[in-house]
Design a protein around this ligand. Structure first.
Ligand code: ASP
Length: 453
């Protein structure tokens, strides 16, 4: 119903609405900013500052919209990741959990690790966050995390109380551990648990629907958040945002046009030109839709028909990959987190050492497992990495304003990575048992529709 409302009343695509909200937010924010400077307060009766004085408008008249939007994002992220992951695992069959499943997961995680490293390398070289001080606009909104667990890493993955873990932002890894176990138990139950498995598929669709509604409010959220930022700091942050965009785009092109072809050639045994020629329709569809899920039918066709990979292997790797393998999102989350960590380092003392960056990569690898293949999916799950590292999520307001273009490019990287993974797994398992099958009927077309904005 909201979809139809969206279509009938707001013909303008969401990303244009967000851009307009950003421009309006900058304009109103600049008015507040210039009126708060002692030299420019005209006093009642004088120009825009006089109007602001008379109307008693202030930054918080608008900034609450940003707070509501951020709170809604925080609300949806854990249930979304939880259901997305269980839904992803439940598309497997128990017999696929062996060699094929393990090889596929290793290829996914290996390439996401490379993607995150590429992203971090660029942030370390260009340092877009250095000198980008947002501490005063987030004063009071920084929630200090409890100290890291004293037990070892492996013990800290196991939740002593899953309900406690579900309610804590810093326990995502425990939630993922439980969701993986739950998903495996679900598929091992066969027919007995088939209806619950279907139920989780439906719950995932419900979460996607709520996410869609929240994103529908994004223009208002961006408006409120930008007014707060520009009203306090002026336009200075946008210089860093420009640098940040350049870093993301450079890193994504390196991943897409250097690392991926190398992987396809050396691990997949395929000529990269043949690979790109075969998957170009999927790449362009990803660029246009910003959704791996919506691109899935095209990716499947490209990999099967143009690259000649068996339908069963393609269905397995590419379908699971549309949620659990996101090279572009992993790279992006790593860049955003280190960029903001650089910006907040002077005030929050964020650890930028190698150890700190390894922690960021670990969190990114975990959170991308549950990133949904929908527009801005990576942005939503980034909030969880930021919280884990101890960063405030308010800066999302600045980043979301420029997210569409980055989302298009990272979705293209995500989808190309899924197709490359199919080529690599196929090559690794060559001549071995590739007789796997997957039930694609569960991915009903309406699920794919809800992912388009
Ligand atoms: N939009 C991306 C996708 O569908 C997810 C992301 O935001 O990175 O693959």
């Amino acid at each position: 119903m909201v979809d139809s409302l969206n279509k009938n009343k707001f013909k303008l695509a969401l990303h244009w609405q967000i851009l307009i909200a950003m421009v309006l937010g900058i304009t109103v924010g600049m008015a507040f900013n210039s009126c708060s400077a002692p030299s420019s307060v005209d006093g009642p009766g004088g120009g825009i500052c006089g109007f602001i004085g008379y109307s008693r408008l202030n930054i918080s008249t608008f900034s609450w919209m940003g707070d509501v939007f951020l709170r809604l994002l925080k609300m949806i992220v854990v249930p979304l990741i939880f259901c997305s992951l269980i839904n992803g695992v439940s598309h497997m069959k128990i017999e696929q959990l062996g060699k094929v499943g393990l090889t596929t997961l290793l290829v996914f995680q290996g390439s996401m690790l490379l993607a995150a490293i590429v992203g971090l390398t660029y942030v370390n070289l260009i340092q877009p966050g250095v000198g980008f001080d947002l501490s005063h606009i987030t004063k009071g909104s920084i929630e200090h995390l409890p100290p890291p667990p004293s037990e070892g890493f492996f013990l800290s993955i196991i939740p002593p109380n899953i309900f406690n873990a579900l309610s804590r932002d810093d326990k995502l890894i425990q939630v993922i551990f439980f969701a993986l176990l739950f998903g495996i138990a679900l598929i091992s139950g066969g027919k007995n648990t088939a209806s619950l498995s279907k139920g989780f598929g439906q719950a995932f669709k419900v979460m996607l629907k709520i996410t869609h509604w929240i994103m529908f409010l994004a223009p208002f959220g961006v408006f409120g958040l930008i007014i707060k930022t520009v009203g306090v700091t002026g336009l200075a942050p946008f210089v860093s945002i420009g640098k940040y965009m350049i870093v993301v785009l450079l890193a994504l092109s390196t991943m897409l046009f250097v690392v991926t072809p190398l992987l396809v050639y050396f691990l997949g045994g395929m000529n990269p030109f043949k690979f790109f020629a075969g998957v170009k329709e999927a790449m362009l569809t990803a660029l246009g839709t910003s959704s791996s899920a919506a691109t899935l039918p095209v990716s499947l066709e490209c990999v099967q028909k143009n690259l000649g990979i068996s339908p069963s292997l393609t269905n397995f790797v590419v379908t699971i990959g549309s949620t659990m393998s996101m090279n572009g999102a992993a790279l992006y989350e790593a860049v955003v987190t280190l960029f903001l960590a650089q910006a907040y380092a002077p005030t929050l003392g964020i650890d930028l050492s190698l150890k700190g960056q390894i922690f960021i990569v670990a969190m990114v690898l975990v959170s991308t497992l549950g990133t949904p293949g929908i527009p801005h999916g990576g942005l939503i799950t980034t909030t969880i990495v930021l919280k884990a590292v101890g960063l405030p999520i308010d800066a999302i307001g600045l980043i979301i304003g420029v997210d569409r273009i980055l989302d298009m490019c990272r979705t293209m990287t995500n989808v190309t990575g899924d197709c490359a993974a199919a080529v690599i797994v196929n090559n690794i398992l060559k001549d071995k048992d590739k007789n796997i099958d997957i039930d694609l009927d569960e991915l009903e077309s309406d699920e794919l529709q809800t992912t388009k904005t």
